[in-house]
Ligand binder design. Structure first.
Ligand code: DQA
Length: 153
């Protein structure tokens, strides 16, 4: 019998809908749908089923995390600018008690000092930052690894 797919919520934060147009020298030329398609292909190979959302609103992201608690085994999130100051998203990550991998396209530690702190990454399982679209694919490997090894949760 085939192994059941592992459900993973993927949450993209504010301005990521403009990928491919926005600061391409920092974030690259791929659009969000290109990245989502790459993720879907990798997910299929890894035995994951993705539930992908994007929102420009903090409360929506909090709700998406609450929803993930009911429907997913783990979360991959790029909180975008909220990374650096959203206590509400940080608290939601803590509240849902699911493994969360935080992703950034850019290397947040090599940029302006206000991006060096991640209030959300501090309560996540781990952070992958600086590999462009590949950051998301690495995060899928990471979340599968964490979900399948309960000692890591
Ligand atoms: C980002 C980095 C954040 O500092 C920024 O606000 C973003 C994108 C990244 O993926 O590199 O919107 O999360």
């Amino acid at each position: 019998m085939k192994k059941p797919l592992i459900k993973i919520a993927v949450i993209h934060g504010p301005n990521l809908n403009l990928l491919g147009i926005r600061e391409t020298e920092v974030y690259g030329h791929l659009g969000l749908e290109d990245i989502n398609n790459k993720m879907r292909a990798r997910a299929e190979a890894l035995g994951l089923e993705l539930q992908i959302v994007q929102s420009n609103h903090e409360g929506d992201i909090v709700e998406a995390l609450h929803q993930a608690r009911l429907t997913a085994r783990g979360v991959v999130i790029n909180p975008a600018a909220y990374t650096h100051y959203s206590v509400a998203i940080r608290d939601a990550i803590t509240a849902i008690r699911l493994p969360v991998i935080e992703v950034h396209l850019s290397n947040i530690f090599g940029r302006e000092s206000f991006r060096h702190e991640s209030v959300t990454g501090a309560v996540s399982q781990g952070v992958i930052s600086g590999f462009g679209a590949m950051s998301y694919l690495l995060a899928l490997e990471a979340i599968k690894y964490v979900v399948e090894d309960s000692r890591l949760q």
